[in-house]
Design a protein around this ligand. Structure first.
Ligand SMILES: NC(=O)c1ccc[n+]([C@@H]2O[C@H](COP(=O)([O-])OP(=O)(O)OC[C@H]3O[C@@H](n4cnc5c(N)ncnc54)[C@H](O)[C@@H]3O)[C@@H](O)[C@H]2O)c1
Length: 359
């Protein structure tokens, strides 16, 4: 019989409960340690889900086999490099990093150490998201030609004030593209392929007194395969209207999903495929009041659990997880180009990542 895998969590804030709960529930996994700069947060998580509350510097004294990195984005790199240096497999929250070079260093360090690096994009684990990927794989859509992404969310200004890393450009956490829309940038490139050029404009409509970063962005994206996409993203809506992505292929068929309210499992709202057409509306029950972060993260937890279970299986089977560090670097490259275009006021190329980080 194989021994239980020893799991740890570093960064015990809002999203960490989704990781700790998944490890707590998974057969063959033991949550051994929870670490945070703030000992009270580490204790609160360990009290709920097990393991010992430890100082971040002492984490590796507890011999984890794998660690979830749930720190703010700017602290992802140091935590991943440290895990790799200790020969520990690592599952990092999204986005992989704020800077492409940091992501490249993370991928290389894990390769060199022979450990698996996974990145959390749990929306890929929605059945609806997988149906769209299957419609591309089985030819229903043909070649992806056109996509439309809308991320139309609500945040209180206090959200930016509560955690200082969300309010500075250097923290990178406050920008709607990095923190909220990045899940849909990931789906966009999963469906449409390699993005090559973007045009983007940022604005700050609602939260300018609390964050330096954009709360609103609009963009167009051109893909290597010839496809095009439009994107609009904002946290300035009251109430928020959730998120959606639609993809039209060379067969003329269009499929799409909607997430409403934010955090709920998305459903297919458009399946415009000749002979199988159907449609739904995300607002079938009417509009609902904005929900808080705890509810949003709680609704996402089952899909964190699916991705975390898949990562654990990958570690056991000594294979790559479904979303690798290399794969997550692709959405960061797109994010980087969007910010570059917003800064320059011109179309910008998307940095290539595959050539630079050979598989
Ligand atoms: N996958 C998702 O849907 C999802 C949802 C929410 C957040 N996230 C991501 O998770 C990460 C954390 O977000 P959050 O909302 O939980 O943030 P948070 O601010 O609530 O929690 C971060 C925690 O990390 C701790 N921390 C900071 N630096 C540290 C360090 N060097 N060592 C140890 N602990 C450290 C802080 O004290 C805090 O407790 C972000 O990258 C965010 O984008 C992902």
């Amino acid at each position: 019989m194989t021994r239980p895998l020893r799991a740890a969590v570093i960064g015990c804030g809002a999203v960490a409960a989704n990781h700790a709960a998944a490890y707590h529930e998974l057969p063959g996994v033991e949550l051994v340690a929870c670490a945070d700069l703030d000992p009270a947060r580490a204790s609160a998580l360990a009290d709920r889900f097990g393991g010992r509350a430890v100082a971040a510097d002492d984490l590796y004294d507890h011999a984890p086999d794998l660690v979830s990195v749930c720190t703010p984005h700017p602290a992802h790199e140091a935590a991943v490099l440290r895990a790799a240096a200790h020969g520990v497999h690592v599952l990092c929250e999204k986005p992989i990093a704020n800077e492409l070079d940091a992501a490249r260093r993370m991928v290389r360090a894990c390769d060199d150490a022979g450990v698996r690096l996974g990145v959390l994009f749990q929306r890929r684990f929605w059945p609806a998201a997988r149906r769209i990927r299957t419609a591309l794989d089985d030819g229903t859509l043909g070649r992806p030609l056109l996509a439309d992404v809308a991320v139309l969310l609500h945040r209180d200004t206090d959200y930016y004030r509560a955690d200082p890393w969300r309010s500075t450009r250097a923290g990178g956490g406050g920008g709607v593209l990095s923190t909220q829309a990045v899940h849909y940038l990931d789906l966009l490139q999963w469906y449409m392929g390699v993005p090559v050029e973007v045009s983007c404009t940022h604005a700050t409509f609602a939260h300018g007194d609390a964050t330096e970063a954009e709360d609103t962005s609009v963009a167009t994206v051109r893909f290597a395969g010839g496809g095009l996409a439009t994107l609009s993203a904002s946290t300035a809506l009251t109430p928020g209207l959730g998120c959606r992505i639609r993809v039209t292929g060379s067969t003329g068929a269009t499929v799409g999903l909607s997430e409403y309210p934010e955090g709920s499992e998305a459903g297919l709202d458009v399946w415009a495929v000749p002979g199988a057409a159907r449609a739904g509306t995300p607002y079938g029950q009417g509009l609902v009041a904005d929900v808080g972060l705890a509810r949003i993260n709680g609704d996402l937890a089952p899909f964190h659990a699916l991705q975390i279970a898949e990562f654990v299986t990958a570690v056991r089977d000594d294979r790559d997880p479904a979303v690798t560090g290399r794969e997550a670097t692709r959405s960061l490259a797109l994010l980087t180009a969007l910010h570059a275009s917003a800064a320059s006021g011109r179309p910008e190329p998307v940095p290539t990542v595959h050539e630079e980080i050979p598989a």
